[in-house]
Design a protein around this ligand. Sequence first.
Ligand SMILES: *Cc1c(COP(=O)(O)O)cnc(C)c1O
Length: 231
Amino acid sequence: MPTNLPIAENIAHIQQLISAAAASASRDPAEVHLIAVSKTKPLSAVTAAVAAGQHSFGENYAQELADKATGLAADWHFIGPLQSNKTKLVANAASWVHTIDRPKIAERLNAQRDPKLPTLQCCIQVNISEDPNKSGLTPAAVAELADAFNAWPNLQLRGLMCIPSAEDHDAFARMQQLFNHLKQQGFCLDTLSMGMSNDFELAIAHGATHVRVGTAIFGARETNPQPIGKS
Ligand SMILES: *Cc1c(COP(=O)(O)O)cnc(C)c1O
């Protein structure tokens, strides 16, 4: 990935790869949305991406998302693990939360979301590789949580999100099956949030509608970042 190029060129390059991957899968490239993952990167990097036409940004740390959202109006997507004492930070600053994996978090977000704002767009995080070290629900537990969204008027369930284990080569295919199965059961879902810098093209081949790309746009992250905002 040409991470040494300026941000605008990186975004244009990723957009071309997204279009090509969609075309190879006989999909409309407009169905695939790029979320630029700006975690640990300064607001100036986000501003450069906005100038290049990028609208959606992903953040992993609640305080960092809240701080950046105060500095810049954009579509902020929360994609990190969310602790219940941090829900208030993202409930009104984010437009999306991709990592719902238990009712308690959704209940808090629903209670804290300003009802005058558009509904908070949500995905259920699936631990598709059933890795004990990863967050998310097992595939079998997803339908029950999806059902519970009826009780949360300030949230809208849009779909599923995953971060597969590196060695799990058919994880995206299983996500696509789970997604289709839930839709057949009557859940109204249109979002499959999967694919990162190293695997977004494969994810698109399996139906990803939102790819979350950080390194390939903004360059490598510091291994020991200064805590812009701890989560
Ligand atoms: C950091 C992160 C990304 C982006 O990863 P890159 O490999 O830098 O593209 C995507 N999704 C989640 C959930 C992340 O935490």
